[in-house]
Each structure stands twice: as C-alpha cells, then as structure tokens.
Design a binder for this molecule. Structure first.
Ligand code: BGC
Ligand code: MG
Length: 552
C-alpha cells in the first residue's frame, strides 16, 4: 500500500547512503558536510505548491503538510522561493524585509517548525536570498526617497542624475530584463536603477553597509538552521564602475536570458570578491551550501563562480537550453562537465524552473512532450553531480495557456503585452480529486486558474498509476540513490546511432537515449529502468524514439 500523501507520516522506503541522510551535524566538519555534491533538490515555488489556509496561495504550512510526500519522492533537499515580507510586485522577489516572513506565507514559528520537521525526515532546506535588489517598500528605499541627492541613504542604491536637457533622459541606455528602461525618475529629478521591475531597486554592493546587512541576513537564517541558500541573480551584484552604456541595447535579451560578455549590467569581474565574502560566512557553518543563479552564456565564465573559495554550486542551464537533439544534449553535458571539473566543482543539471516554460511543453507538449520528459529525467538523474527538480515536473505538468486577464507576471505589462511572462509555468499543483482546484486549496479560488484537464495529473492519481511520471520519478530517484555518486566522476561516451546518445558512469551505470525518429538496437546490459515501452524481441530488443534506459 502506498503511504498516505496527507500529513507527514509517510516515511521514505528507499535506501540512502547513510552520510547523505543523517540530519546535519552542526559542530565539526565531517564527511556529511559534502551532502550537496550529489544531491537532488526539489524547487518549491511557494505560491503554487500547497495552500494550507484557504486563501488560494501556497504557503509554508502547505510545505509542512507535504514533507512526507517529498521524502517519499526521494529528494534530498528543498529550495523554497522567497517567503519574506513583500508587496509582491514580482511575487516575493521584491523583498521589503529579508529577515521576516510575509503573513501571506505564515510566520517565523511556522518556518522554525518546518525546518525541524524537514530535518526529522532527512530533508535539507535551502532558502532563496535576493541580494541584488530590494522592494521599493524596503525601509532603506523609502528613506532614500526622502533623502537628498548624494546623501548616504541614496548611496545604498544607484541614484544618478539624468542626461539631456534638465536630466530628463535616463543616465544610460540600460534596459530592464522585464522590458523598458532600467531607470525610473523620482520627484526631485534623479533616477534610480532597477535591472528588473521599478519596484525592485538595485542595491549598491560597493557600499559596505549593503555587504554587512547581507551578512546579517545570511546569519539570521543559518542560525535558524537552514542548510543553505539559492542566490538570486548572483551574476548581477557588481556593476561596471561608471555604468557605461550597453554596446547594443537592442540586444538586451529577454527575461532571464543568458547575458553576453561585455554586457556592463551583469557578470562583472568584481562580483567574485563578493562571492568570496559570502563563502567566508558560509564556511563558518559547516555543511551549508550556496547555489548561485548565474545566467552567463560562456561555460568558462560560469565556472569562475564556483572556484574553491566562491560559491559551492551554480545553476547550469545548458540542459534547459538544449533542444530535443542528441548532439545538443551531448555537447551540453561535455562542456558543462569540462568547465566544472576545471575548478573542482560538481556540475548541476536543470531542466526547468519558475522562469522558463516547463520542459513537457518545450519538448512538444501533449503525449510527445511527456514521453520526452520521461526520457530526459533518466538522462538528468544519470549524470554526475547535482540535479534540480521543479515542483510539478514529477507529475509531468505542462505549461498552461492562461487568459490575458489572469496574467500576473510584471513581464506582461512591462513588455507592453508582447511577452506573456512566466505565469504559465507557475500554475498551482494538483493534489487530488477530479476537479480544479484539486485540493490545492480548501478555498474555491487559486491565485492562477487551474485547468479542468488535470484530473489524471494529480499526485493522488499518479501515485496509484505505475505508468505515471510520478512513479517513474520515484523509481529513478530510488535507483539513483543505490548507485555511488562520486561527483567528480566523469563519463565515458559509447558509440551511438545518429540522433542517439549513450554514456557509462564510473559507478557502472549506463544511460542510453534515443532522440531520433526510428527504433535503434538497445546497447548490451541488464535493463534497470526504461522511460517507456521497449520494442523488438527478447533476443533483439530495440529502443524506440523518445525513450531512454538505464542499464547495468
Ligand atoms: C528569479 C526571477 C525573478 C528575478 C528578479 C530571478 O532570477 O528567478 O523569478 O523575477 O530574479 O528577482
Ligand atoms: Mg495560503
């Protein structure tokens, strides 16, 4: 019988290497301090995971209610997106107080209970910190608005005089990643910088007060027992000193696009000194980890963020950006491993997050997209290093086409209704029942509408169905945990037919993927797990298109 998904009673049944399961010893450095090197992280977009108070918005109480489910799924740790007090102009990525909990999501007592209960289940908790900017409602920014140009309060942000007649033009040509200029003018005529929405003024990290305050924030959460941080826009903290114009503002990229070299807004060399500072703080808390969100297009530049004295991990978006194409996937894997090995850091593998369309949809949507997503999961979890799962991926959720009047992402307005933004990948998770809201909430409304077609995609339905995406995720994560996962492990490529790939890990695991349009012979070996039905005969088994296998 399947353990109940309700409540925290479900205990994991899978076997883990002991050092990765023990609740973090907080004193001396030990083997388990490296738990994150081959961990599977589950990203919780808090608004959309589970609502515990009937207001239609997911919250900390919802996460507490489903720790049993997460343990059963077989992940090692959680990344929880921002839950701090916020006016929600960017759904929590506009932080008004980084050391508190927004009443929409719960309170500090709930958070403390969540940490305690997660640790009891052997789950680590990492939280999202937003160092690049604050909310315009943060006490510092309000003070800055009330203070004179040039005052210390303004120097915590980027306030500048404008160009042109009476300074009526922005100080430079920088564009916001959400569309439109990256500058907004205030009453006395000065302008302030915001790489994202106007409600998200950029902090000036050249100001020591900003650094000190961030250290306070880190210690605040570390002292409460968090196992680490996801650092939002980790490549944006340092700006090019004189804020020079962008060489090509037309080429500003879309929301969360990778930035090209020489873009003065991001990936400045001075950022690394800041990450060394962050690492020094973390090193005084053994066993904690920081993963940076770094959107740079050059693998070698990405590797700089995870040199031994900088961040532990950085998101590697190469898999997420690759099309359904064996040679693209293979070079994503090769290049990423080579770059990370050059600095001795584990590679991370990301297929989806709250900023990019879900991969079921990217891979063609419908049955085809789901078939490919199943195969992609086998590839992702076979790779050495760290894997991130975005909530709902384990159910095979697709993106949702939402009506205009439901859209909430600031990108929709900022882009002048040319970019529909990221709401389509943020629709709440279906838990049980036949009709929306599928027990996501006890209320009748959800913050984004849920489709009527998700009855087969609920956690309840998928737990009972051995052919579901959820059953596949559980099996593959269970199997992964039984294989040693030395993170510095490389992989050896096998010859594979056109449109296919096959590799063997040092731990003996073989993974083969057929991304071509025809059946191909299965490589020799014992089949441990297949993402779909195999074809051929017992003597001559074949791997069908859009299918992957694990072999021993
Ligand atoms: C987050 C986005 C957010 C942006 C601004 C990103 O990296 O992932 O969701 O809108 O930072 O904070
Ligand atoms: Mg709620």
């Amino acid at each position: 019988m399947e353990p109940a998904i309700q409540g925290v009673t479900a205990r994991r049944t899978v076997h883990r290497s002991p050092e990765s399961r023990v609740a973090a010893p907080r004193s001396a450095a030990s083997e388990s301090d490296d738990w994150w090197r081959s961990a599977v992280f589950y990203q919780i977009y808090i608004r959309s995971f589970l609502d515990s108070d009937g207001d239609g918005v997911g919250d900390l109480g919802g996460i507490r209610d489903r720790l049993g489910y997460l343990a059963l799924l077989g992940v090692d740790g959680l990344w929880i997106t921002p839950f701090y007090p916020s006016p929600m102009a960017d759904h929590g990525y506009d932080v008004a107080d980084p050391r508190g909990v927004d009443p929409l999501f719960g309170d500090l007592a709930t958070f403390d209970a969540l940490i305690r209960e997660a640790h009891e289940q052997g789950l680590r908790i990492t939280v999202d910190l937003v160092p690049n900017h604050t909310s315009d409602q943060h006490a510092w920014f309000r003070e800055a608005l009330q203070s004179a140009p040039g005052s210390p309060a303004r120097q915590r942000y980027y306030f500048r005089d404008g160009r042109g007649t009476e300074g009526s033009e922005p100080p430079n040509n920088w564009q916001s990643t959400f569309g439109g200029p990256a500058w907004t003018r205030v009453a006395d005529g000065q302008w302030y910088l915001h790489l994202f929405a106007p409600e998200q003024p950029d902090l000036n990290w050249a100001n020591p007060e900003v650094v000190t305050d961030f250290e306070r924030t880190m210690r605040f959460w570390l002292d409460r027992g968090v196992d680490g941080f996801r650092l939002d826009v980790a490549h944006g903290l340092a700006k090019s000193a004189d804020l020079p114009d962008m060489p090509d503002p037309e080429d500003a990229g879309g929301v969360m696009d990778e930035v090209e070299e020489r873009d003065p807004r991001f990936d400045q060399d001075d950022v690394h000194e800041l990450h060394r500072m962050i690492r020094r703080v973390l090193d005084s808390y053994p066993g904690r980890v920081a993963v940076g969100e770094v959107w740079v297009s050059d693998d070698e530049r990405l590797a700089r963020y995870v040199r031994p004295d900088e961040l532990h991990l950085a998101f590697n978006f190469r898999l997420l950006e690759a099309g359904w194409d064996a040679s693209q996937l293979r070079s994503a894997i090769d290049d990423s491993l080579a770059a990370m090995h050059s600095v001795g850091a584990p590679t991370t593998w990301v297929l989806a997050n709250h900023d990019r369309p879900r991969h079921v949809t990217r891979y063609g949507d419908g049955e085809l997209g789901r078939l490919r997503a199943r195969a992609a999961a086998l590839v992702q979890f076979a790779l050495p290093g760290v894997a991130f799962v975005y909530n709902g991926d384990e159910l095979g959720l697709p993106n949702v086409d939402l009506p205009d009047d439901a859209l909430q992402d600031p990108v929709w307005e900022r882009s002048g209704h040319t970019d529909r933004g990221r709401d389509g990948e943020r629709v709440p998770l279906p838990w049980s029942g036949e009709k929306a809201p599928y027990d996501f909430t006890s209320g009748s409304r959800t913050w984004l509408p849920m489709p009527d077609s998700w009855a087969d995609l609920t956690v309840e339905a998928e737990l009972e169905n051995p052919d579901s995406m959820l059953s596949l995720y559980r099996r593959v994560l269970d199997l992964r945990s039984k294989y040693a996962n030395p993170p510095k492990d490389t992989l050896e490529w096998y010859g594979a037919p056109e449109g296919c790939l096959a590799f063997r890990r040092g731990n003996g695991l073989i993974c083969a993927l057929n991304a071509s349009a025809t059946d191909v012979p299965l490589p020799p070996g014992e089949v441990l797990l297949a993402s779909g039905r195999l074809s051929g005969t017992d003597e001559a088994r074949m791997l069908p298109p859009d299918t992957a296998v694990w072999l021993a």
